[in-house]
Write a protein that binds this ligand. Structure first.
Ligand code: OSB
Ligand code: MG
Length: 368
């Protein structure tokens, strides 16, 4: 298989409601899509980089630049036995995992489509549907939060994740727990908003029987998470800190987390995501599939990944309508709290041409 070129396409997608986290508020999404064209077929990849480097060091224009200058040209003239050779081939270029993940995904999709194999089968999925949670942003008031959570529960979501930050933590958690009861699967995500000195404050979340607290401390503070875990009983789950199977193994060994959030974009692609899954299974650490407000393209691959056996907690794999009124693919629809794993070749979904044209803001063809 040889790559003949890659189309880089930017799309603008309004969100159905603003999404506020400890690092900022998103009201619409500016997304980079890749369409990889090989001598045999073509495939799609969605880059999860945000417009600015506030969740990870990557940002969309930076991802587009490194793809255009280094990653895509790095595959010129290369005969690939498969997409699994891409990461090794480009290993001289450091970092930029979200950019790399998008490229590897697009080529893997092309490869699998030409061989009529699905992502689910290729990754090792063992379920045909996956249980879904929903990530609920920081709200203007506790009543507004309770109303949002009530709506999501009515839709069937099986687990609620509340975004927290200093000033929006114990009270919203208490209110949700009191209103919806002890049986609700509830967890929180701080997106690095605390410091180890906040340990006593974070211990105030312990009585609420949370499934986990996601990434309380900064990305590089692995030892801080290990120390914090000694001082709180809520299990720590890492998101931002886990950038590879190697960093996952180290974090687990050091006692920095008991649970891992796997986001393929953050770790350089679905193949590395599967390696993290394998490391965690070997260590008895539960994993779940995170999300980056993906369109149906990224969601299709995430849902396939979430069907691997070690994904024992509901993921941030919500329905299309939680994010977008009109997704670019056929919408993912929640059925009794689950999404069906796509079974068709490759991602099993394609952008609808009319909708894609409507949301496209620019396209660029990189010929090899
Ligand atoms: O920390 O999990 C996160 C969205 C953007 C950036 C970071 C995160 C998130 C989410 C949303 O929590 C998850 C989703 O896609 O629903
Ligand atoms: Mg997170």
């Amino acid at each position: 298989m040889k790559l003949t070129g890659v189309e880089m396409r930017r799309i603008a997608m309004p969100l159905v409601s603003p999404f506020r986290t400890s690092f900022g508020t998103q009201t619409s999404r500016d997304i980079l899509l890749l369409r990889a064209v090989t001598d045999q077929s073509e495939g799609w990849g969605e880059c999860v980089a945000l417009p600015s480097p506030v969740y990870s060091p990557e940002y969309i224009d930076g991802a587009a630049d490194v793809l255009r200058r280094f990653l895509i040209p790095g595959l010129a003239g290369v005969e690939l036995a498969g997409a699994h050779q891409i990461a090794e081939r480009l290993s001289g270029f450091l970092g930029h995992r979200m950019a790399l993940a998008a490229l590897e995904t697009a080529v893997l999709d092309a490869e699998l489509r030409s061989e009529e194999r699905s992502f689910a089968r290729e990754l090792g999925a063992v379920h045909d549907r996956v249980p879904c949670g929903v990530s609920v942003g920081i709200m203007s008031s506790v009543p507004a939060l309770l109303e949002a959570v009530e709506g999501y529960l009515a839709e069937g979501y099986l687990r609620i994740k509340l975004k927290i930050e200093p000033g929006w933590d114990v009270e919203p958690v208490r209110a949700v727990r009191e209103r919806f009861g002890d049986a609700l699967l509830l967890q929180v995500d701080a997106n690095t908003a605390y410091r180890l000195a906040d340990a006593r404050h974070l211990a105030r979340l312990d009585p609420f029987d949370l499934l986990l607290i996601e990434q309380p401390l900064p990305e590089e503070d692995i030892l801080g998470h290990a120390d914090l875990q000694q001082r709180i009983s809520t299990p720590i789950c890492l998101d931002e800190s886990i950038t590879s199977a190697q960093s996952a193994a180290a974090a687990i060994r050091l006692g920095a987390c008991q649970i891992v959030n796997i986001k393929p974009g953050r770790v350089g692609g679905y193949l590395e995501a599967r390696r993290i899954h394998d490391v965690c299974v070997a260590q008895g650490v539960p994993v779940w599939c995170g999300g980056m407000l993906e369109t149906g393209l990224g969601r299709a691959a995430n849902v396939a990944l979430a069907a691997l056996p070690g994904f024992t907690l509901p993921g941030d794999t919500s329905s299309s309508r939680r994010y977008y009124e009109d997704d670019i693919t056929e919408p993912f629809v929640l059925d009794e709290g689950h999404l069906a794993v796509p079974q068709g070749p490759g991602l099993g979904v394609l952008p609808r041409p009319d909708r894609l044209a409507e949301v496209t803001t620019s396209t660029e063809w990189i010929a090899l």
